[in-house]
Design a protein around this ligand. Sequence first.
Ligand SMILES: Nc1ncnc2c1ncn2[C@@H]1O[C@H](COP(=O)(O)OP(=O)(O)O)[C@@H](O)[C@H]1O
Ligand SMILES: *[C@@H]1O[C@H](CO)[C@@H](O)[C@H](O)[C@H]1NC(C)=O
Ligand SMILES: *[C@@H]1O[C@H](CO)[C@@H](O)[C@H](O)[C@H]1NC(C)=O
Ligand SMILES: *[C@@H]1O[C@H](CO)[C@@H](O)[C@H](O)[C@H]1NC(C)=O
Ligand SMILES: [Mg+2]
Length: 407
Amino acid sequence: MERHGDMMILLTSLLVGSGEDGARGEDQLLPRAMGQGALGCKDLTYISGLQYVGSGFTKLVLRGNLLNGKEIALKSVHNGGNDVTRCVRRYGDLTGCGTLATYKLHKEVTLLRTLRHPGIITLHGHCYENSIAPDFRVTAMLELGSPLEMIQLLQTPWEKRFKICLELVNLLHYLANSPMGSIALLDFQPRQFVLVDENLKVTDIDDATMEELECKTDKDCALEFPSRTFAVKCSKAGRCTGINEKRNLFNAYRFFFTYLLPHAAPPALQPLLLDIMNATGDLRYGINETLEAFQNVLNLYKSGMNHRRRLLYLKDYMLIEGYRLNETNDGYRCWPSYNHRGCVLSVHNSEEAAEFCSKNTNCHHFIIGHQRTWTGRLLATFTSSTHKLIPDVNSRVYMKKPSNVKK
Ligand SMILES: Nc1ncnc2c1ncn2[C@@H]1O[C@H](COP(=O)(O)OP(=O)(O)O)[C@@H](O)[C@H]1O
Ligand SMILES: *[C@@H]1O[C@H](CO)[C@@H](O)[C@H](O)[C@H]1NC(C)=O
Ligand SMILES: *[C@@H]1O[C@H](CO)[C@@H](O)[C@H](O)[C@H]1NC(C)=O
Ligand SMILES: *[C@@H]1O[C@H](CO)[C@@H](O)[C@H](O)[C@H]1NC(C)=O
Ligand SMILES: [Mg+2]
């Protein structure tokens, strides 16, 4: 319980005088926490179309529509969940166990009101009902995301996987330098994250701590993981300074980077990525250096990775501007593609697309439209058979010159 000491003080101050009107009183205590237009208990009564989205050890998440049609996520205590059931089995106190779980959600809401970052789920509002004594109910109203499916992510293009890792690093940089001090996520796993418009956001933060362990010697500061243990120094003030940042970073390495970062990455980036893997896997880098390394990768990627200026492959193609091909599935595929049924890849320029097409025997054309990926690279569609051309001012078609088509 010690590590929650700081939170208990915050919670006690919040609970004083909070009733149905509690939210108003709290806003005086935390003036910059929530702006106007925050949702409250009244909005809950108008929610329609409730559907299950997920549950974990402690909480249950439903989706629902507000009166204005907007969809949000509602988080509440999962009374049939493992946390409450296990507690009841052990202590036989249903009310007490419910209260304990409610405190966790209350802590999460309090943290979400203070911490604002693109990598943290947005709290739209909350409802505290303690009129139904002795029960005290908390409902958090959050932006709706979709659970992070690691298996699915493994099949997406490297650029998307890199984005998720970069967003995670940005989040950890914020947490290490947060207004509340250096924050560690004690229960750090992919299932505590969701994607909102393809952006990574942490949603489960009831296990966050902003205290760093107290210590007498360096021995007290061992940072233990199933695979290995790291030594952290005990500061003069008697704290394991930096342990929170290190814990987050190693978890990011073992749960995210190892799966998402190196595989199917552009060869020119491999050395930098291997260095990031090695440096975070051994905790040689802190979060600042890690962020810098990620930014270097991003810049190199955006620059086209020193893609040569000379046009070696493009000369083998005829350019037909102002057209695209009628989208028919011709069976030409590549992996991992932006489009599951065909072959869509991101390229720096038409020369890079031509190089890919020339090195793949069944590829005969490619089309470049105006769509770009998040890094600004172009999306190119590669095909094998001839299709009808359709006028499209935003698109151009490259066809392999007949002399270059191998039979
Ligand atoms: N904002 C959200 N949008 C969509 N799904 C969510 C959202 N927040 C949580 N979830 C889903 O609900 C599950 C349980 O929420 P979580 O906060 O992790 O509860 P617990 O503390 O019980 O683990 C998550 O694993 C996630 O799949
Ligand atoms: C980092 O590289 C060193 C030297 O090659 C190696 O001994 C070590 O195991 C690597 N660490 C990780 C986490 O890959
Ligand atoms: C990391 O960067 C932040 C600001 O970006 C800075 O405040 C902090 O002192 C840096 N930490 C270290 C250890 O250099
Ligand atoms: C594209 O091709 C399909 C079938 O091959 C045809 O039905 C459709 O009309 C074509 N679309 C255009 C815009 O020409
Ligand atoms: Mg969870």
